[in-house]
Design a protein around this ligand. Structure first.
Ligand SMILES: [Zn+2]
Length: 173
């Protein structure tokens, strides 16, 4: 399967032995993206090996504040509980707002992405839109993300410092 990033994932229709109905991938050692945590933990240690303070400072400089008014607008649009606009319109609006962050060379944290996705009954439409903007991908498994988010956007490889910018992961592999 070729993704938009150009990265080719080999799935071949083989399901993971865990029985969750998820596909196995060679990228994940022949299991699904959640089982890899148990079966091949060494493959997912992608946190850059630098002191926490340095890493946290780096993440803070490159992510939007949760107090940013555009971020607050994003939360309200993704939530959509009281929204009268369609899901497609919400998806389009969210895409536009996230691109505005990107143009400012900003992404979002794993925690913010989890916050955005956790309120959704059916997060599928947003699962390909929000996770690509995560800057601290090595924190993804600490928070609740969708299966799609794990499968496509968590990088199960060691990450150098400074880590690659969001959207650029596929170009350094
Ligand atoms: Zn599995």
């Amino acid at each position: 399967m070729t993704t938009r990033s150009g990265h080719i994932y080999s799935i071949d229709g083989v399901l993971c032995p865990c029985g969750d109905g998820t596909y196995a991938s060679n990228l994940f050692g022949g299991v699904c993206s959640l089982c890899i945590r148990v079966t091949h933990p060494h493959l997912i240690k992608c946190r850059p090996t630098v002191p926490n303070s340095l890493l946290e400072e780096w993440v803070e400089e490159r992510t939007v504040s949760s107090e940013d008014k555009v971020f607050k607008l994003l939360v309200r649009i993704v939530d959509g509980t009281h929204s009268t606009i369609s899901t497609s319109q919400r998806v389009s609006f969210v895409t536009t707002l996230l691109r505005q962050f990107r143009d400012r060379r900003l992404g979002i944290t794993s925690e913010q992405a989890a916050q955005l996705l956790s309120n959704l009954n059916n997060p599928d439409r947003f699962s390909h839109i929000i996770p690509p903007h995560i800057v601290d991908r090595w924190n993804m498994d600490r928070y609740l993300h969708t299966m799609v988010g794990f499968c496509y956007y968590e990088n199960p490889r060691p990450v150098s410092f400074p880590p690659p910018e969001p959207h650029l992961y596929s170009h350094i592999e």
